[in-house]
Design a protein around this ligand. Structure first.
Ligand code: KIV
Ligand code: NA
Length: 277
């Protein structure tokens, strides 16, 4: 596959061709993104929930993101790689934010970073883009702020809230974001925001009027046990395929059907085995 760059994404946006984004958290999920022809891969901090098993994304560290981003990059060679800035890595100061964004690129191998928040993050985003790191914004349902949002809740349901979202989107564009993730908001709101911008939008739970779509890979593969968001389409039932395979393995070992003498075993050189008697 041909390497996807920021130019490729901007060309898709200009042509009006939907951009595909999917998360990956390790080498195998990175390979799936590569082989499935996805344009841009998000090493999301959903890592914390669907891969590390935490109840939120908040415990995820910079070291977690760097290690997992490196693994994804070994599998996903063609997609444009975006890495999430984890909770706590960019809020306290602009210096922190720039230093940590640089680490995700220099150590993690990412090509762009994503961070959550609206106009209050504009100065931070300006500083990161100034050192040559592309930034993807993220507004609407911002999971790192779930405590103050009162949980994982749909945003922008009233005209007043929709207006705030539009103001945030315009501030992020002005700050230099190359695109914005719009998460969990009515389709009309996301479509309107998209129409008011001249940078691409990537929707998740935001309807079919965005410039592209993103899903969490474990959610769409049916590999996460705790919940499936309403907006997610589930394309496979990986969990039951895996559990059935494990059950078959367990039964085979218990009944000595596995390992098979012919298929799964090494043999001594001919005649040598006799000497063991
Ligand atoms: O962490 C993540 O996977 C994300 C997407 C849901 C947009 O931020
Ligand atoms: Na995220």
């Amino acid at each position: 596959r041909k390497k996807v760059t920021l130019n490729t994404l901007n060309n898709l946006y200009k042509k009006g061709e939907p951009i595909t984004m999917l998360t990956a958290h390790d080498y195998p999920s990175g390979l799936f993104v590569e082989k499935g022809g996805v344009d841009t891969c998000l090493v999301g901090d959903s890592l914390g929930m669907v891969t590390l098993g935490y109840n939120s994304t908040n415990p995820v560290t910079m070291d977690d993101m760097i290690r997992h981003c490196q693994a994804v990059c070994r599998g996903a060679k063609s997609p444009f790689i975006v890495c999430d800035m984890p909770f706590g890595s960019y809020e306290a100061s602009i210096e922190d934010a720039v230093r940590n964004a640089v680490r995700l690129i220099a150590e993690g191998n990412a090509e762009a970073v994503k961070l959550e928040g609206g106009k209050e993050m504009a100065e931070t985003i300006k500083a990161i883009t100034k050192v040559g790191i592309p930034v993807l914004g993220h507004i609407g349902l911002t999971p790192q702020r779930q405590s103050s949002l009162g949980g994982f809740r749909v945003q922008g349901k009233t005209m007043k809230d929709a207006k705030y979202l539009l103001e945030d989107a315009l501030a992020l564009q002005e700050a230099g974001c190359y695109g914005i993730v719009l998460e969990a908001m009515p389709k009309e709101v996301a479509s309107f925001i998209t129409s008011q911008l001249n940078i691409l939008t990537i929707g998740i739970g935001a309807g079919n009027g965005c410039s592209g779509q993103v899903l969490v890979q474990q959610d769409m593969l049916g590999a996460f046990d705790k919940f499936v968001p309403k907006f997610c389409k589930v394309y496979a039932d990986i969990s039951s395929i895996a559990v059935n395979a494990v059950k078959n393995y367990t039964a085979d070992v218990k009944s000595r059907k596995f390992p098979d003498d012919e298929k799964n075993c090494y043999k001594m050189k001919s005649g040598e085995d006799k000497k063991l008697q």
